[in-house]
Design a protein around this ligand. Sequence first.
Ligand SMILES: Cc1cc2nc3c(=O)[nH]c(=O)nc-3n(C[C@H](O)[C@H](O)[C@H](O)COP(=O)(O)OP(=O)(O)OC[C@H]3O[C@@H](n4cnc5c(N)ncnc54)[C@H](O)[C@@H]3O)c2cc1C
Length: 377
Amino acid sequence: MTTSIVILGAGFGGLELSTQLSEALADQVDITLIDKNEGFVFGFSKFELMFGRQTLEEVRSNYADIVKPAVEFRREVATEIDPVARRVVTNKGTYDADILVVALGAEYDFSVPPGFKDGGYEFYSVEGAIELRDVLPTVTSGSVVIGILGEPFKCPPAPCEAAMLLDEHFVERGVRSEIEITVVSPWGRPIPPSPDGSRAIIDRFAERGITFMAEQLITDIDAANKVAILRDGTKIPYDLFLGIPIHRVPTVVEKSGLAVDGWIPVEKTNLATRFPDVYAIGDVTSAPVPKAGVFAESAGRAVAEHLIAQLRDSGSPTPYDGAGSCYIEFGDHKVGRVDADFLTGPTVMAPFTEPSVEGAEEKAEFGSTRIRRWFGK
Ligand SMILES: Cc1cc2nc3c(=O)[nH]c(=O)nc-3n(C[C@H](O)[C@H](O)[C@H](O)COP(=O)(O)OP(=O)(O)OC[C@H]3O[C@@H](n4cnc5c(N)ncnc54)[C@H](O)[C@@H]3O)c2cc1C
């Protein structure tokens, strides 16, 4: 008798989990991996799309290429999840699972604040990044504002990375002196858990003439007049507004009753939900870690270890450590790194490695090891 495991979502978390389970338990489990998309795209590849350095075909790894023992990929849209019965309905069928793992990530709500849809752009979705690829070359002067529209949001350094990469882009085009770049953030510093990483970003901003507006939230966009409005009523005129959209769980999760206060609560040690044999990993949860691929991946690993120990009856697995290394683009082909550990110690540890060309090579290697492991390429 094999155990049927259904994994919803083949992003960072779902891909890592299915890979680990296939390697360790192929003779004991049947894994169904479900995703609505054709393939996987790293979050950081949105920068490649936005600046026209790579095409979608170049950055996407197709799910059809997944050939792993005991894993069957299905390109379907999950429309209903019953966490009590561990039953999933998709646009193509119904699945009953012994073990269900929800790894559906976070979606964006472009309807808030009012005016965002008409008055701004974004680089958080593949479509948004591709649209910007055609818009950026038309920008020759004026004010570019990158505004965080709500918390939590994926990859906390990404808005500042975008500012540093935009700076580089405008310099290369010879128009930088005509353009102001501003990041509006609800936080007091660029990446709150990492004082050293934040300092490096602020130093780079000072060097490059980029403004960081701390502890400010944009609550409205006046699209007609091209003005972003802060909570206290202050108006910031812009020529190009790039918003970090409001994040939410996918509708299917919202309808399932799994989420509480917006996100799926999980046990800190093993990512179990309050429903027996139902787990949740990555951005879809309220686990006390940032919404980033490296934490979704380490959560996938932790659930895999937990299930391997359970199905082999082989003792206690290591608890989830909430650890991961985040790479930060500084422009000029240099990348820094924050090694964050959110759960193992009494306080969050997040030492920073200064940006370097070697850091950029390490980040590229990070990406290619994942693609090799998950897609066998
Ligand atoms: C600009 C940018 C830069 C980033 N840079 C980094 C970085 O450098 N490092 C890093 O670690 N993270 C980075 N991230 C964040 C990272 O991409 C996400 O945090 C990560 O992908 C989350 O993994 P996940 O497995 O939880 O969800 P996802 O990877 O988002 O996967 C969820 C999957 O569920 C699928 N899905 C959703 N709803 C349904 C449905 N109803 N039916 C079927 N399938 C569905 C989706 O298609 C998707 O494939 C960045 C993000 C952005 C936007």
